[in-house]
Design a protein around this ligand. Structure first.
Ligand code: PMP
Length: 285
């Protein structure tokens, strides 16, 4: 079955799904995106993703190409046409096509929108979660507005590649004070030796992950103790547990940080339970 993408109003086979060479997303990474989990063919937390998208667009003063309701129709139709059962739907909106000039194009320039969807391998994902993953740490060299989900991801690309080359699954960015900000494509968490769940507070220095928000609900519902604060690499390495969260990975236990085992070197109980129970707290539509 050939995959189908939605491009500016049309559903096209992937090989024909192209954007203009003067698209500002291509030339300046002047655009935003969202990734939403698809479970049993349904969207997970569509409302929260749509709200975050609206915020990213408004922070960058990019016009919304369609209403949230219309976007919901396109997301679902793209999922349906690609027969996604468990996987992801990706959407990207750029400031549109214009003759290359750094400053904004003329008012009224239509934003571009692309949506793709694909299945992920559930068995492989479950195996990864059962084994746990390794992370490395890298200096956080990103700009100060990573709360905006922009497609400008070069530091994230380089960090993830460094992780791959060192046999790790994720790279954690570390700020100038030696504290973990977040992963290259995930939020970072630890569980301290006295059982407190810790994740960095949201400000402009991390992306407010939708999975993070839902996991906070799960933590509150389960009566776990929570601290929203920065933690150092040292603290993480001597923590009882560590894990990462993102829409495509849900909750993924971390068992090694820069080569040092976390806890007993196996996935932790809290991370495992949060992964198991996650969808009880998420919205499926
Ligand atoms: N931080 C970064 C830098 C990310 O790219 C992602 C994944 N999009 C996240 C955090 C997690 O966000 P979410 O739970 O909404 O997928």
């Amino acid at each position: 079955m050939s995959r189908i993408a939605y491009v500016n109003g049309r559903y096209l086979p992937l090989r024909d799904a192209t954007v203009n060479v003067e698209d500002r997303g291509y030339q300046f990474s002047d655009g935003v995106y969202e990734v939403c989990e698809v479970k049993a063919g349904r969207l997970v937390d569509e409302r929260r993703h749509t709200e975050r998208l609206a915020r990213s667009l408004s922070e960058l003063r990019i016009a919304a190409p369609m209403s949230p309701a219309a976007l919901g129709v396109v997301l679902r139709e793209t999922v349906r046409r690609n027969r996604v059962r468990w996987g992801i739907v990706y959407l990207q909106i750029s400031r549109g096509v214009a003759r290359r000039d750094h400053a904004f194009p003329a008012a009224g320039t239509a934003p571009s929108i692309v949506v793709t969807a694909r299945n992920l391998n559930l068995d492989a994902a479950e195996k990864l979660a059962a084994d746990g993953v390794a992370v490395i740490t890298v200096p956080d060299n990103r700009w100060e507005r990573v709360d905006i989900k922009s497609v400008s991801l070069l530091p994230n690309v380089l960090a993830k590649q460094a992780a791959r080359e060192q046999g790790a699954r994720e790279a954690w960015f570390v700020d100038g004070q030696g504290r973990v900000t977040e992963g290259s494509s995930s939020n970072a968490w630890i569980v301290t030796r006295d059982g407190k769940v810790v994740t960095r507070q949201v400000d402009h220095g991390i992306l407010k992950g939708i999975t993070r928000t839902v996991v906070l609900d799960a933590i509150a519902a389960q009566g776990l103790e929570l601290e929203e604060r920065a933690f150092t690499v040292d603290e993480a390495q001597s923590a009882r547990e560590a894990f990462i969260t993102s829409a495509s990975q849900i909750v993924l236990p971390v068992v090694r940080i820069d080569g040092r085992p976390v806890g007993n070197g196996a996935p932790g109980l809290i991370a495992t339970a949060l992964r198991r129970d996650f969808h009880r707290y998420a919205e499926l539509t």
